[in-house]
Design a protein around this ligand. Structure first.
Ligand code: ADP
Length: 737
């Protein structure tokens, strides 16, 4: 592929030659674990290490034998899209005993394994840390027993451990998102969406139990993503007398033309006296007090099932690569670490500090210190809770402030999943801040034509889950009609404008190539000149190449790819996937590439092409898009209020400074407001993309995992970050939802 990469650091000091790394999955399974295993194996092999699978978690390590096998490049093929864990997971009593760990140590030493990558929850990681601490003692014991030679103790003196958190509950402190959480949210939201469609026909109340015995994350975030009427989580039990309040809320919502109520309950929901609140007791309550037709649905293992989401695949792939780097850089004195994602960056955190903090949350809940429990969960969790309360519970008219400001909301550009969630959030937050909210239909085109009217709290009910743009959107630019738009703004006395658009969010690309043989799929993705979708989908789907505009390619690159695919067909992986962004190159079109590959691959492989087109903008928004839209929009609206108050003088709003017009977006680990004039210099207007694209650094990862010789800019990888206690769990802006 493009030669420019070779300028970057080429693992100068990071050779894995002579090292052996073992990878295992332990505890409850989670979607995305396989992507992590695949990344560890391929990155390990890439740096020249030997890599071993340990099957069946710690049990396999204790039992040894066939449970520990050497991994090859091909052995992790077709794993990326599979749910659960292919190498098996287990709970293991033996590993909790000294004897068990002694056996495990012997099995590792026999194969020269001194690097262990554990994918599991806090229990598994605690076990791993203990094992590491005991390591030299265990080896001494093995020498004493005569099971190993003295020399082995010297050769394998230290055990290096790195952890990756695989847990659908997102219950681990220090990480924004654990592997499997996003997929579990997908499953929950699929169920809620399905229930909503059937339940619209009847007037019903649904009580839905989701997983999370000790952590309310799934319940809270799914409640945000579907606009549930009520949510119960262990970290923040409802105030005494909640039963009555909840029933009032349900009947008020019914009166507001809502035909359906949804109550989401975390498995571990409790009241203020730590007494469990069960779905059945909620049902009985609703039936008794309101007489509503009420049904209980317990999601159970469905949440662990299905294919991992694109987000989990990418998260796990990045973490797997980072884990190998962490192992290579570890010395006997570095504490064991977990790799995770903070904002958009890989970070390494001290394992035991995270485990301890995770345990402190439980302690706080046991001691009924609920405020503290929420705080310990981190800023993103607090923000979720705040946003949920703000949007789900409408304050009575008498309690609302009156700002006398009018704010209009509109959608522009292509419709994108999550836009409606953003509008709902803006409207409701705006109303809560006392503004009169206006909705503009059909973007700037509708605006200059006068398609604008007031929008109320209940008008946006149920909008979170809807695809497309309910306000309507157009690509028309405002420049030609500025005067008419200004006139509309005067007529309606609009003081501020919230423009939602230009997102090209879409994590819905999937491919179903497995099962076929000797075939190369060439898929064209959208994005204008922006290669984000092609690149990230490439990483999520394990593509062989992703051609984009930002990274110019020529005939030599195409040839190299054909040769790569030809080689690949000789192995057991007889499938290829090539992604091409729609505007990646004027002449090397999707048809051209298809024809070139068909010709060059004759007798070796055949080709199929597929232009994804508008289906990429369609469908229901993912939980991530719903919540990202909701939270970013709430933040934008609060900022608008602040600016309006700051610039209001003598009955007028002065919008004449640089920051009168800002773009809110995520930069590294923070959500920041950037004056649009400042962004001018950073934007390539011809191609409608930023001049600098952060995600380009993900491209080498995709290539490494597809077996290309390339280099990887290690500056992306996280140095060990300390003091978890002083660091908020994650930034406001985190990718966490
Ligand atoms: P999770 O990793 O999902 O939290 P568990 O707590 O069940 O799941 O832990 C998985 C396995 O990790 C256990 O079955 C056990 O083998 C090992 N393990 C957990 N805690 C410890 C510990 N304190 N000491 C040794 N091994 C442990």
């Amino acid at each position: 592929m493009a030669q420019s990469d070779t300028k970057k650091i080429f693992f100068e000091n990071l050779s894995g030659a002579g090292k052996a790394i073992a990878v295992l999955t332990s505890g409850g399974d989670a979607q995305g674990m396989n992507a992590a295993v695949r990344a560890v194996v391929r990155m390990g092999l890439y740096v020249g290490a030997k890599v071993y699978f340990i099957c069946e978690g710690y049990q396999g390590m204790v039992d040894g034998g066939e449970n520990i096998t050497e991994a090859t490049w091909e052995s992790v093929s077709s794993m990326l899209q599979v749910g659960g864990t292919v190498i098996g997971s287990a709970r293991c009593k033996d590993f909790r005993t000294h004897e068990g760990r002694l056996k495990a140590a012997l099995n590792l030493v026999k194969l020269g394994i001194t690097n262990l990558c554990v994918i599991g929850g806090d229990g598994s990681l605690t076990g791993a840390n203990l094992f590491r601490e005991e390591w030299s003692g265990l080896l001494a014991e093995l020498v004493e027993q005569g099971s190993i030679e003295d020399q082995s103790v010297q050769n394998y003196s230290a055990l290096h451990i790195v952890g990756m958190v695989g847990s659908i509950d997102n219950d681990f402190c220090g990480t924004d998102m654990t592997i499997g959480t996003d997929s579990a949210l997908h499953r929950i939201i699929e169920v809620v969406d399905a229930i909503m469609t059937t339940a619209q026909s009847h007037q019903r109340t649904f009580v839905l139990e989701v997983m999370g015995r000790h952590c309310g994350y799934l319940a809270l975030v799914s409640a945000l993503a579907c606009g549930a009427d009520w949510v119960l989580i262990p970290e923040m039990p409802p105030e005494d007398g909640w039963e009555e309040k909840m029933c009032q809320k349900l009947s008020a919502n019914r009166a507001g033309m809502k035909r359906l109520n949804i109550i989401i309950v975390a498995e571990g929901a409790i009241d203020r006296n730590n007494k469990p609140i069960t779905t059945d007791c909620i049902k009985d309550l609703v039936v008794k007090c309101l007489g509503f037709d009420t049904r209980v649905t317990i999601l159970g293992h469905v949440q662990r099932g299905g294919t991992p989401s694109a987000f989990d695949r990418i998260l796990a792939s990045r973490m797997g690569v980072e884990a190998v780097l962490a192992l290579l850089e570890t010395t006997a004195n570095t504490p064991a670490c977990v790799v995770s994602l903070s904002g958009n960056q890989s970070v390494r955190l001290p394992l035991m500090e995270c485990v301890q903090m995770t345990q402190e949350v439980q302690k706080a809940m046991d001691e009924k210190k609920f405020e503290e429990a929420v705080k310990l969960r981190g800023r993103s969790f607090e923000n979720n809770l705040r946003t949920y309360k703000l949007l789900a519970h409408r304050k009575p008219e008498s309690e609302l402030p009156t700002s006398n400001f009018n704010v209009a909301v509109l959608n522009v550009g292509a419709p994108a999943a999550g836009m409606n969630a953003a509008v709902r959030s803006a409207v409701r937050v705006g109303i809560s801040e006392g503004h009169k909210m206006f909705a503009v239909n059909d973007g700037f085109e509708g605006f200059y034509k006068g398609q604008i009217k007031e929008i109320k709290w209940s008008d946006v009910g149920g909008w979170t889950g809807q695809g497309g743009s309910l306000l309507g959107t157009k690509r028309t630019l405002p420049a030609k009609h500025v005067d008419k738009i200004a006139e509309q703004m005067r007529t309606h006395n609009i003081n501020a404008l919230l423009v939602i658009g230009g997102f090209e969010t879409c994590d819905r690309i999937k491919q179903s190539a497995s099962g076929t043989k000797r075939r190369v799929f060439i898929i064209e993705t959208m994005g204008g000149y922006c290669g984000y979708l092609a690149t990230v989908a490439g990483l999520a789907a394990g593509a062989d190449a992703a051609y984009i505009y930002e990274e110019p390619f020529d005939i030599r690159d195409l040839q190299a790819n054909v040769e790569h695919l030809t080689e690949k067909m000789k192995t057991s992986i007889q499938r290829g996937l090539v992604l091409r962004n729609e505007n990646s190159n004027e002449n090397y079109t999707t048809d051209f590439i298809y024809q070139l590959y068909t010709e060059e691959g004759k007798g070796v492989f055949d080709c199929r092409k597929n232009v994804l087109g508008h289906m990429q903008q369609g469908g229901a928004p993912s939980p991530f898009d719903r919540n990202f839209g909701t939270k970013i929009s709430a933040k934008a609206m609060q900022w608008v209020t602040k600016k309006l108050l700051e610039t209001f003088r003598q009955g007028r709003v002065f919008a004449n400074t640089e920051d009168s017009c800002c773009l809110l977006g995520m930069r590294r680990r923070a959500l920041i407001f950037q004056p649009v004039v400042q962004l001018k210099g950073e934007t390539d207007f011809v191609h409608r993309i930023p001049k600098e694209q952060w995600w380009l650094k993900l491209r080498p990862l995709m290539k490494i995992l597809a077996k290309y010789k390339t280099s990887y800019d290690v500056s992306d990888s996280g140095q060990l970050e300390h003091v978890v206690h002083n660091r908020p769990k994650d930034s406001d802006a985190s990718v966490a939802m």
